[in-house]
Design a protein around this ligand. Sequence first.
Ligand code: SF4
Ligand code: FES
Length: 322
Amino acid sequence: MIKVTIDDIEIEVEEGTTILNAARMIGGDVVPPAMCYYSALPGTGGKCRTCLVEVAAGSTKDPRPMPKLMVSCSTQVMDGMIVKNKTSERVIENRAGVVEFLLANHPLDCPVCDQAGECDLQNLGFENGKEATRYEEERRTFEPIDIGDHIKLNMNRCILCYRCVHVANQLTDQRVHGALHRGDHTEISTYIEKAIDNDFSGNMIDVCPVGALTDRTARFKSRVWFLNPMNATCECTKCSGKAVVWMFGKEVYKVTTRQDKYGEVEQVDGKPQWLCDECRFDKKDVSKWTIEGARHIDRHSVISQGHYEKPNPLDNKPKNIK
Ligand code: SF4
Ligand code: FES
């Protein structure tokens, strides 16, 4: 075990732990935001730079500060390392700059975006961004396209985090999409005339931190804060069958994976609980699910403003169970 101090809090972690994961062990404000790292998808991280931290002392052996800010999702801790996240002015200023870059081409279309209310970029901008944009150039624009029967791609909103590419590589039997071109011309696209219809590909929608990939079976049915997220299970031979069903009254509007407080898929005994496409897209009948109860959404989000977890004084049940 080695000792690391993050924002004046000391913790002992195993060798090989990244600064981000050490911070997550402490929890709270100490944890840097992460828009591209996703713990259940090995190989992710290092793309978005939102997780930058200041390393004020490299280690006990070599206590010199690291001159540049470091990406916490891919920098491993050293014994005696001192890290600053929210206590560093440089980090706060640079993170605002990173948000500005991420928003350089991202349209400010939250009022019409289906991801609004559960968008990591919206939350990141609110918590770390600047009040106004300095961007005067023309943003690059793309027409929204259907990439398969179930998924809509709004490339305008993509921040090129590559999480969806890792889902296709690691979960589906064939990857038929990826990043085309280079530099600021890079875009996510399917191979010519291919559509994404491999089983488990729906998990791309959940890992996408913005509204670039959305569920065509649920788009625009309701704003997310009008829905009641419920833990539900079903009999499934392909996946865990453990999901969150988003209900409006007795109707299931959409089905997603269960996510932790970092918006990442919940893991049981180290096994990510991914959903197969049948459970996600085809089981919109509530009789197909056993509803366990309200899902606590432990994130900075308007979803919790729905107060769906409060008991209904009339029947003493959560108000969304009829
Ligand atoms: S489509 Fe979404 S998940 Fe894929 S690279 Fe873009 S932002 Fe990331
Ligand atoms: S989360 Fe570390 S670079 Fe994106």
